[in-house]
Design a protein around this ligand. Structure first.
Ligand code: NAD
Length: 307
């Protein structure tokens, strides 16, 4: 069993570190927020007073932080204090450029490192069923696989440094765009007199089938697992979806990728966040689509909704 330093014990890092403790590892955790430390302590994490203290003597360090800036700032404390030979695994969702910068900083100090963002949300973090998308050298990946296993359903090596983050943002571009499309389809159907049930029954077994429809359907009472049934309590929040779409948009710009649908989905999630939707599940974007449809119908009297 390993000694693991774990930095960032929030919504994701809290339950992830608890699963490592349950698997028999010794976990030394640090967070800036006292409540996160208290919860971690109750889960069997040995709480440290600083990031440096958490990583001292640990053979692996896992970070689960809000952004690339937090990660690079945190590495200023971690790199001088980490044990020679320690493996650094960052599971935060960050910009590809920041992830690659973190790999370079770690490599310059002689540490092996991986970017290993996750999908599966807080429910996956609690159940230990996250998907890890891992970027970095094969030898480091092999070392990390068994460490990540208690938190994971799948651990997939996606290529060299930064490629875990590339995979994560590409996946979430698909997810954000498909949730918008599913929302628009339901609202279009509603406005033309189609029942949500009829659309679901057909699209869920036809070519419109996708996760946004059949697992997290934005219309309540059609799919048991959907957050729409719980007044859109997240799940995966619209604020985090916006964050990931912005990362994809910036990477598309930097790489010269013509990603128009991604750009549009970003604009729609931006609008939804500005309207106060950021704390709801990302499927609640359908409410914004419905509301804007009603407003534009009112503004154009020739548009009547149901014919
Ligand atoms: P969170 O805000 O709940 O947790 C982040 C924690 O990091 C906070 O408790 C904060 O106090 C702590 N922190 C920040 N700077 C620190 C520092 N220098 N030292 C120690 N602790 C520090 O966020 P979260 O929901 O747990 O998400 C973490 C990461 O996982 C994000 O990058 C997010 O995009 C990604 N993610 C989240 C979800 C989700 O559903 N919540 C799903 C997939 C990926």
């Amino acid at each position: 069993m390993a000694v693991i330093g774990f930095i960032g014990l929030g919504h994701m890092g809290g339950p992830m570190s608890a699963n490592l403790v349950r698997a028999g590892h010794t976990v030394r955790g640090f967070d800036l927020v006292p409540a996160a430390l208290d919860a971690a302590r109750a889960n069997g994490v040995t709480v440290a007073d600083s990031a440096a203290e958490a990583v001292a003597g640990a053979e692996a360090v896992i970070t689960m932080l809000p952004s690339g800036k937090h990660l690079l700032d945190c590495y200023e404390q971690v790199l001088p204090a980490a044990e020679p030979g320690a493996l650094l695994v960052d599971s935060s969702t960050v910009d590809v450029a920041d992830a690659r910068a973190a790999h370079e900083l770690a490599g310059a100090e002689g540490f092996g490192s991986l970017d290993a963002p996750v999908s599966g949300g807080t429910a996956g973090a609690e159940a230990g069923t996250l998907t890890f998308m891992v970027g970095g050298a094969e030898e480091h990946f092999q070392r990390a696989e068994s460490l990540l296993e208690p938190m994971a359903r799948k651990v997939i090596h996606c290529g060299g440094p930064g490629n875990g983050q590339v995979t994560k943002m590409c996946n979430n571009l698909i997810l954000g765009a498909s949730m918008v499309a599913v929302g628009e389809a339901f609202v279009l159907g509603e406005r033309l007199g189609l029942s949500n049930q009829a659309l679901y029954d057909v699209a869920s077994i036809s070519t419109g089938q996708c996760w946004a429809l059949t697992t997290n359907c934005p219309v309540p009472d059609l799919v048991e697992t959907s957050r729409a049934n719980h007044d859109y309590e997240p799940g995966f929040s619209a604020a985090l979806m916006l964050k990931d779409l912005k990362l994809a948009e910036s990477a598309a710009r930097q790489s010269g990728t013509d990603a128009s649908i991604g750009r549009l989905a970003t604009e729609l999630y931006q609008r939804f966040n500005e309207e106060g939707g950021g704390g709801y599940d990302f499927g609640a974007i359908i409410r914004s689509i419905r509301e804007h449809s009603e407003r534009s119908a009112e503004a154009s009297p020739e548009v009547t909704g149901t014919p």
